[in-house]
Write a protein that binds this ligand. Sequence first.
Ligand code: ADP
Length: 589
Amino acid sequence: MLTMPKNLPQPQLKPNTEVVLQKRYLRKDLSGKQVETPRDLFWRVASCIAAEEAKYNQSTCKGDVLARDFYDLMTSWKFLPNSPTLMNAGTDLGQLSACFVLPVGDSIEEIFDAVKYAAMIHKSGGGTGFSFSRLRPKDSRVGSTGGVASGPVSFLRIFNTATEQVKQGGTRRGANMGILRVDHPDILEFIRAKEKEGEFNNFNLSVGLTEVFMRAVENDEHYDLVAPNSGEVINRLRAREIFELLVKKAWQSGDPGIVFLDRINRDNPTPDQGEIESTNPCGEQPLLPYEACNLGSINLSCFYVPGHNDAADPARDGIDWAELKRVVHLSVRFLDNVIDASRFPLDSITETVRKNRKIGLGVMGFADLLYQLEMAYDSQQGLELGERIMAFIQEEGHKASAQLAVERGAFPAYATSVYAKKKLGPYRNATVTTIAPTGTLSIIAGCSSGVEPLFALCFTRNILDGERLVEVNPHFEAALADAGLFSHELMDAVVAKGSIQEMDYLPAKLRKVFVTAMDIAPVWHLRMQAAFQRHTDNAVSKTVNLTNSATEQDIFDIYWLAYQEGCKGVTVYRDGCKSIQVLATGEGQ
Ligand code: ADP
């Protein structure tokens, strides 16, 4: 590791940053004593990732200068890499990616290999996604023993229990995605798997929908259930009934979600390496079997220029585009170096990752930026802003990847990728952009998460093993102070409610701008997801929030709109349908 410069400034920590860093990120010795400060942490990460530069002799950057640039990039909270990079860069573990997909083959050996590999990945802070679609259906014959197979759902239970037991030896508890194709004969059992609360609680489950299935829903037709091991048609179901069952389950508990598998594969940049069958746990990163990806997120609220905002003059739009461009280019270099710096628990993962070199640059702090610009999330203006920003990041991200390809060569599988066929590139990375949830990163950076609206203007947050943090949005507080409206009575009222929409004694403009997740109609949530998806190589993590009174028809409409708008999946959550929520308003706490 490079020696820390003597004059390296201390990071200016946001109110909750220290708590979160202490809990999971700062290194501890065997007795549990903290052995690094936040400054040590960010220098450890910056210098480890910059050190990779040395092996590229065409590099336009010098390692020590770059280390300082990376340090400043992170400690200005303009960009943060995903949690495993913060935790493990420059340590013996050295596993830096958040997202993995593992294949589950149709044999006991392959199933238990996957359980073992998942445990190794969870230990290092990564999340795993699996498709269970290749497993033969329940009750089919097992050739070698003459017995009968127990089917995907029963094997899922083994993965869930293993995850429970690993509990992340020191980093974090495991997260999994389990996907089953809608045409698998055990689909009904899978859809009902999480009916009992607490079942499969280490898994997000999603049903993989196909174009054939969606057309059958549209035309009210039946579709085939096919045994993956024999190709035999086992049954036929009415597509609309299954779709309606999915809607009903989403209404009841939010589970399972849906992903559009054919959409995902339409954007697969390396189809010659096989089909994409699954995503990572939160759904934003589709990957090939044995592939991993590291993510990083740009905090958009840092790019607001106060006093530069004039609706009549497009050149004065309140955003520092030049700085955003610089940060995108530096972040892409950072994430590409992370690939080289990362040590994976399996050779087949190292091989696949190095072949395609996928990275996932995304954003956080989008809702904060809207507040700063005094734009409503649920407005045409807000949508256009999201679309403009992501188009810019996508374009500059691809340019940065193309520049890296000049310095370092294209990703090894480029020649057989869709980019070569379309005469695009060469690029250093098979994918560049992904919108992550930024659950913990956004707390460290002190901004709103991903592209989500704020859950509440003031709220208590249950984080990390039951600890709670109270938060008031700083932009809301500032706007109230500017208008001379700030008072403790008002804050108490907002804490209790979470929303200001019913406070008609507040100015209309304030109420229009300071909307929260539950104030926003579901269709606007979905439109925003679609706007970002249009300019994202991978997928967008987004929850469409619904009020408790929302109907099944509301969910049906959202699912259908997601399909029509080209989303890769959709997650809905009806307020209060589960007893434990990660985020909650003050009411009833
Ligand atoms: P962070 O803010 O900690 O970087 P995100 O909330 O953005 O993480 O999630 C990004 C991805 O990281 C998820 O989709 C998943 O692949 C992985 N991940 C998140 N939480 C966990 C967890 N508790 N255990 C394992 N992997 C996780």
